[in-house]
Design a protein around this ligand. Structure first.
Ligand code: CA
Length: 734
């Protein structure tokens, strides 16, 4: 398998050549499957694969040995009552088998386990099927996603899951297709383009199956799209309904009364950029109330002063919405962040619970929101029952349970050129990461973040059709934290056990740098969670006390949702791992499916040594004007992936501060203009960026890299990563 580990050569040219040869995120020759146990003959009947019908979906809780949907059941509790693996024996949990993926980058897919077969989606919207007994690959599906889609992707070339139904595996692709794959053969049964290919849409979320339909939303609010959730016939792919989350141009008429109502909460001409409100992850079906419940993303641009100077609520961005599954008709909504100006997508997973609530049983929706509040809503009506901060929150002092509105801190809206050191920052108090609930402890297990981000309006903001639209000053964080060295600026992650009835934290795991991984709760009294972006561990905690009982060296970061299942009377735990180590794109990335059993003895090959590339930019020779212009163009087209101010975006994209490309304009242009790394996901920007722009972008990066280097104490490489911390949002936000 090719690994990229030889970056530290002496000349720029040599480094450049090595990078071209080695930094290959989608190497088709690398699909080697390794199993440390003797292969048993497969007994999985290919004709009956993914034999999941409506009854099985409705009764998924009665098949605890399976993992039929991304959330385990329709309630999306990521809970299994299996208890063979428990607190007494989890220390003996070991690897049964593993399979290397042929695509690296960040792995966020929750696997499915159906009747002896594991199905999992990976980066670049690929899907694998493995014989669960031995890890033998049954098939792989590659949708051949156009690599230039990357110019429309804000937050990683990722996929978070698939759906199994009626002999097929359903997948949303990064370039906006809904695909049905024959579960027996891996062949494509049909594909349907679900988005306008000329707009800035992409798909990273898992489809859900409801009443013979496949439901899928899309991403793109960082650029400018009109968000919607749509339902497609599972057999044919025909669109059955579509619910837009924001109104279109009033001159075109409104699709339904709710769009007219929503339009009254907007000012200006929002429809030019689309408005936002993407339905990019949170989605579930409440069988009891017969409602589809989902969350919506931020408005476009982020900064409401630039989006809608009238300061309206901008429905239905940053909201939780319920619609009727048969028709897509509106049922209720609750807007978590009215007039959002902080990128507070309401996209944390929505989970359905039946709680003992003030003396009666109540069906509720819970969501840990990016904005730092844990919301509890009545699932039938959307009425707000409770909202408590589950992490550091400084933009609002609370939520008024009568009106349902946040009690905002006025300064948090960063008006009149002010800067506000926001908590949670745009990284969010919680991202898309899967949460779990154990009915025996009554606790939610939440991947939690404490994060800050310096918010300042861009006084020169212009609409950027086809590029990123935040309306924020990209240099704000760099300048603010330089000028306020004592201001809080951390970005840490940890698992919180949360009592949803009391609205209180019960325990938390140790804190560490960056986001924490998704969680899985089991009847064995355990909580499984990956160590997140920057900690190469898979862990099991005691569900009651939070004590760490087990860990496994994954050799790479782990954020994806783990699952558990039973095969031949034995319980297994499985999960995807894969994020470049230490949040560094250049580090070796061991993207794999890992499967564990009690007393498992398989071993991973030894990890390769890695030294992060140094922060060693060439001297700045360009003019101040060139640097300034370069910064503007960078903010329009590069910052969404490579980070504000070019300072780093962790694992999914190269940290341009340490890029060897800074040494030679020719090399820089070969990538930016000529697109020679398009296969790796860095498409040509020739239609957006001129050669002069490219030179100025490089000048801007050299200027920033020299500034950063001068500001650091002479102690690399840990100090050289200081700039990463505030900007590592790519796994949390779309
Ligand atoms: Ca967002």
């Amino acid at each position: 398998m090719k690994r990229f580990s030889t970056l530290l050569l002496s000349t720029a040219a040599a480094v450049f050549v090595v990078q071209l040869a080695g930094c290959d995120s989608s190497d088709p020759g690398a699909a080697d499957i390794e199993s440390a146990v003797a292969s048993a003959p497969t007994e999985v009947s290919s004709s009956s694969r993914a034999a999941v019908d409506d009854q099985r979906l409705l009764n998924a809780a009665n098949e605890p040995g399976q993992w039929l949907t991304v959330g385990g059941t329709y309630e999306e509790r990521h809970y299994s009552p299996l208890k063979q693996i428990d607190g007494n024996n989890v220390g003996q949990l070991g690897l049964k088998w593993f399979a290397d993926y042929d695509t690296n980058l960040s792995q966020q897919g929750t696997p499915l386990y159906v009747d002896g077969v594991l199905y999992v989606s990976t980066a670049w919207s690929k899907v694998y099927a493995f014989d669960a007994r031995n890890g033998q690959q049954l098939w792989q599906y590659d949708p051949q996603t156009a690599k230039d889609i990357v110019t429309k992707v804000c937050c990683g070339i990722v996929n978070r899951g698939i759906a199994a139904y009626d002999g097929k595996i359903y997948l949303g692709t990064l370039d906006g297709y809904l695909v049905a794959i024959d579960a027996a053969t891996g062949n494509e049964a049909w594909r349907k383009l679900t988005v306008d290919p000329d707009a800035q849409y992409s798909i990273t979320s898992a489809p859900r199956i409801v009443k013979g339909m496949v439901l899928i939303g899309n991403s793109g609010s960082e650029f400018g799209i009109r968000g919607y959730l749509a339902a497609y016939d599972a057999k044919t792919g025909d669109e059955r309904w579509r619910f837009y989350t924001v109104p279109g141009n009033p001159a075109d008429g409104f699709e339904n009364p709710q769009m007219a109502q929503a339009a009254s909460t907007w000012g200006g001409d929002w429809w030019v950029l689309g408005g936002g409100g993407s339905v990019w992850d949170a989605l579930t079906y409440d069988v009891k109330n017969d409602l589809v419940i989902f969350g919506t993303g931020n408005g476009t641009p982020w900064n409401q002063q630039a989006r809608d100077p009238s300061g309206g609520d901008n429905l239905f961005v940053a909201s939780i919405i319920a619609v009727k599954p048969d028709t897509g008709e509106y049922a209720w909504h609750y807007q978590t962040t009215p007039g959002d100006t902080w990128d507070y997508d309401a996209i944390g997973p929505v989970m359905l619970l039946d709680l003992d609530w003030q003396g009666e049983q109540r069906r509720v929706v819970v969501q840990p929101n990016k904005n730092g509040f844990m919301y509890v809503l009545d699932a039938a009506t959307g009425k707000l029952l409770k909202a408590d901060p589950f992490t550091e929150v400084n933009w609002a002092s609370g939520v008024d349970l009568e009106t349902g509105r946040p009690i905002e801190v006025p300064a948090a809206r960063f008006k009149d050129g002010t800067t506000f050191n926001l908590a949670p920052g745009v990284q969010g108090g919680h991202g898309w990461h899967k949460n779990s609930f154990n009915p025996e402890t009554g606790l939610l297990y939440i991947a939690t973040q404490r994060a800050y981000y310096a918010m300042q309006a861009d006084p020169n903001y212009m609409r950027n059709v086809g590029g990123a639209n935040t309306g924020l000053a990209f240099a704000a964080g760099f300048n603010y934290y330089r000028d306020h060295p004592d201001a809080p600026r951390e970005f840490v992650g940890y698992v919180v056990a949360w009592d949803p009835v009391a609205g209180k934290e019960v325990w938390r795991s140790e804190e560490h740098d960056g986001p924490t991984g998704s969680t899985l709760a089991t009847g064995g009294g355990l909580v499984f969670s990956g160590g997140g972006n920057n900690t190469n561990e898979f862990r099991a905690y005691d569900a009651t006390t939070g004590q760490k009982l087990w860990s496994f060296d994954t050799q790479t970061g782990m954020v994806a949702g783990p699952i558990t299942y039973e095969l031949d009377g034995k319980q297994y735990v499985a999960a995807s791992v894969g994020i470049n180590q230490a949040g560094n794109y250049y580090a070796p990335n061991y993207s794999r499916l890992l499967v564990f059993e009690l007393n498992g003895t398989a071993l991973l090959p030894p990890a390769e040594a890695f030294t992060p590339p140094p922060l060693d930019p060439p001297p700045l020779t360009a003019s101040a004007e060139a640097v300034e212009h370069g910064g503007e163009v960078y903010g329009q087209y590069c910052g969404t992936c490579h980070g504000n101010n070019g300072q780093a975006r962790g694992a999914n994209f190269p940290n341009l501060m340490t890029s060897p490309m800074l040494n030679a304009q020719e090399a820089f242009d070969a990538v930016v203009i000529n697109g020679i790394k398009a296969q790796n996901g860095m498409a040509s920007f020739a239609d957006k960026v001129s050669a002069a722009d490219s030179a100025d972008i490089r000048a801007f990066l050299i200027a920033r890299a020299n500034e950063l280097k001068a500001s650091l104490p002479p102690a690399p490489p840990a100090a050289a990563r200081a700039g990463d911390v505030h900007d590592d949002v790519q796994d949390n936000d779309e």
